[in-house]
Design a protein around this ligand. Structure first.
Ligand SMILES: [Ca+2]
Ligand SMILES: [Ca+2]
Ligand SMILES: [Ca+2]
Ligand SMILES: [Ca+2]
Length: 376
């Protein structure tokens, strides 16, 4: 048995393309004979010869099974690709950490505030040239109507400093400086708003990164200020929080991610009065999560979670966890985005009725939009 490299001349002419010589490696004692035989065999004859041996028949069956499995998984992956490839902005060199969507100038089209920039939407998935954001390039930013005047306001959390609310004027500008309640202390790095006690005033769930709890619950007074009501969880290092009615009982719930040794997501089901039940933890690890947002991405009427992975396992991606309707989620579908994504927000940027995703890629100073293809 000796090894020899056999040159095989492959020449095919299709239009103007000509493919020339390539080399194949083969181990055989009679290379020349085999080459001449192979060149004269038809495809059918090749199969007939090859399948004479029981071992080759087994190999062929395994190969067919592999092809079937591979093609099935490709089809499943294609069906699962609910979002388009990310469309990414040029670098702003502002290294945006957080992003929030909303109609800030009241023209009915979704806008963005990201990394110190205000991007007014055109309603077709594109944006006008960026304006400076009056909210500044804060660590975390959310938008809601905190003083109930029908105009979107912005709440910002500088890293480990107190939450400030800047009331919107309705034309894309805000009253500055923001309202800060210095009596509420903590180390916020993320927050989410919702009316937890059903009094018509928006409340806040704020992560308590370096405290002894996961989240502080702050009940709104309806004028852009809040009072501390309670705390949730016992894990510190909470980095992301989201609010929605995950189990569909009419009470808002809180989802929170903490950098504990287990890297798990906790869901606190709301009682409708500002108090919450003990945490239910997702039974699998999710990897590093920088931010979370909520939307019904698959349009089954159940709130789903969007999460971004800045670093670690599965980093540089945005994932969607479809809700099951009982406060738990099915496994993540993830999509690659830019370098070190830290913020995620949800909005229908192309106006087709399906919630899209926007992600800030902090380390490259860009914003990526992923359009939801499930619009009917
Ligand atoms: Ca307002
Ligand atoms: Ca409230
Ligand atoms: Ca609920
Ligand atoms: Ca859903």
């Amino acid at each position: 048995m000796n090894s020899k490299r056999i040159p095989i001349e492959v020449r095919a002419v299709t239009r103007k393309a000509v493919y020339h010589r390539r080399e194949a490696s083969c181990i055989t004692s009679e290379p020349a004979t085999l080459t001449s035989k192979a060149s004269s065999l038809s495809l059918g004859r090749l199969f007939e010869v090859a399948l004479r041996s029981p071992i080759n028949r087994l190999r062929f069956a395994l190969y067919c099974a592999f092809l079937l499995l591979f093609s099935t998984s490709v089809v499943q992956r294609a069906a699962a690709q609910q979002f388009t490839e990310p469309i990414t902005s040029p670098s702003s060199k502002l290294y945006p950490r957080s992003v929030v969507s909303g109609d800030f100038d009241g023209d009915g089209k979704m806008d963005l505030v990201a990394g110190g920039l205000l991007l007014l939407g055109k309603g077709d998935g594109t944006f006008k040239p960026p304006l400076p954001s009056p909210a500044g390039n804060e660590y975390y930013v959310i938008a809601s109507d905190f003083n109930r005047d029908g105009v979107l306001d912005i709440a910002t959390a500088p890293q480990f400093a107190n939450v400030a609310v800047s009331l919107g004027k309705g034309d894309g500008s805000f009253q500055l400086p923001g309202i800060t309640d210095n009596r509420i202390v903590g180390s916020p790095v993320a927050m989410a708003a919702g009316d937890f006690n059903k009094d018509g005033k928006l409340d806040l769930a704020v992560t308590d990164y370096s405290g002894t709890t996961s989240v502080s619950v702050r009940l709104g007074k309806g004028d852009g200020t809040f009072k501390l009501f309670g705390h949730l969880g016992t894990d510190n290092n909470a980095s992301a929080v989201a609010v929605a009615d995950f189990n569909g009982d009419g009470n808002l719930d809180v989802a929170c991610y903490t950098y504990t040794s287990t890297y798990k997501l906790s869901v606190f089901l709301g009682n409708g009065n500002g108090t919450f039940q003990a945490a239910t933890k997702l039974p699998w690890r999710l990897g590093d999560i920088s931010s979370m947002a909520v939307g019904d991405f698959n349009r089954d009427g159940i709130a789903d979670l969007a999460i971004v992975h800045g670093s670690g396992n599965g980093g540089n991606s945005v994932g969607v966890l479809p809700g099951k309707g009982d406060g738990t989620f099915v496994t993540e579908q993830s999509y690659a985005v830019g370098n070190y994504p830290t913020g995620v927000a949800v909005g229908d940027f192309d106006g087709n009725g399906a919630p899209d995703l926007v992600v800030t890629n902090r380390d490259e100073g860009t914003v990526s939009v992923l359009f939801n293809k499930r619009h009917h």
